[in-house]
Write a protein that binds this ligand. Structure first.
Ligand code: ADP
Ligand code: MG
Length: 253
């Protein structure tokens, strides 16, 4: 836990996953995952459907309770029963495959909701930050549009802006482009590339191998609840050591 007097300052945007296990009933979905993401790093997680990628991300921000193991974010052990979960979660932005915008709120209304409700920002403050975040994702002009008036790619960019409005230290992405028509994927990836360039710590589950190759500092290949192989993208994607990585890449590339 942080907060003890004299505890060393921990740099921002730092995730340490230690021997994480998660079972649903008798089904052990995560079987001892250890993974570090350092400040400013982009780590891309690849792997077949059902390998546990979403469960891992959901354990990182404690949408799921791990069965055992630790998740430490910026020095705060999220698996500690005394952990202030809401406080810890406020530092993590999560973007899902489905954008989950509130349909009856405008883009700006979606982006300002959590800063007002969770951070207690005034409407004026939240609007200012919200407009800046919408501008960051290229949607300054669409602040007053409702989700139904936006393309899937624009909706996903609003979802990213909504996460950024909480001023997160870490962004978690779970297949953010998988639900999009192919022609809309590029704009969303460009926003993510830009975030990475600006030094955001990112943990990204993706099937976009070109993105992983270009943007990731490390690529992690998950298979049946374990990290089968990890390393720099050029190594994992071009010269995989593990037969299971090779088989997976042969199927998706
Ligand atoms: P991925 O994201 O890699 O496709 P998931 O983490 O979604 O994999 O799922 C891994 C396995 O865990 C799957 O077999 C899935 O059916 C199972 N699973 C995920 N969530 C639940 C849940 N809430 N209850 C029971 N089983 C689950
Ligand atoms: Mg998934």
């Amino acid at each position: 836990m942080t907060g003890e007097a004299g505890a060393p300052a921990v740099s921002s945007g730092w995730v340490r996953i230690i021997d994480l296990h998660k079972s649903f009933g008798a089904h052990e979905v995560l079987r001892g995952i250890s993974l570090d993401v350092e400040p400013g790093q982009v780590v891309c997680i690849i792997g077949a459907s059902g390998s546990g990628k979403s469960t891992l991300l959901r354990c990182v921000n404690r949408l799921e309770d791990p069965t055992s193991g630790q998740v430490v974010v910026d020095g705060v052990d999220l698996t500690d029963p005394d952990c202030e979960l809401d406080e810890a979660r406020a530092h993590m932005g999560m973007v899902f495959q489905q954008f989950n915008l509130f349909p009856h709120r405008t883009a700006l209304g979606n982006v300002t909701l959590a800063p007002r409700k969770v951070l207690g920002r005034s409407a004026a403050e939240a609007d200012e930050v919200g407009r800046r975040c919408l501008a960051d994702v290229g949607l300054a002009e669409r602040a007053d549009a409702y989700p139904s008036q936006l393309s899937g790619g624009q909706q996903q960019r609003v979802a990213i802006a909504r996460a950024l409005a909480m001023d997160p230290d870490i962004m978690l992405f779970d297949e953010p482009t998988s639900a999009l028509d192919p022609e809309l994927v590029g704009d969303v990836l460009e926003v993510m590339r830009d975030l990475a360039r600006r030094g955001m710590t990112m943990l990204v589950v993706t099937h976009e191998m070109a993105f992983a190759r270009e943007v990731a500092d490390r690529v992690v290949f998950m298979d049946e609840g374990v990290v089968c192989e990890e390393g720099p993208p050029a190594q994992v994607l071009s010269e995989p050591r593990e037969p299971r990585t090779r088989e997976f890449l042969a199927r998706v590339l």
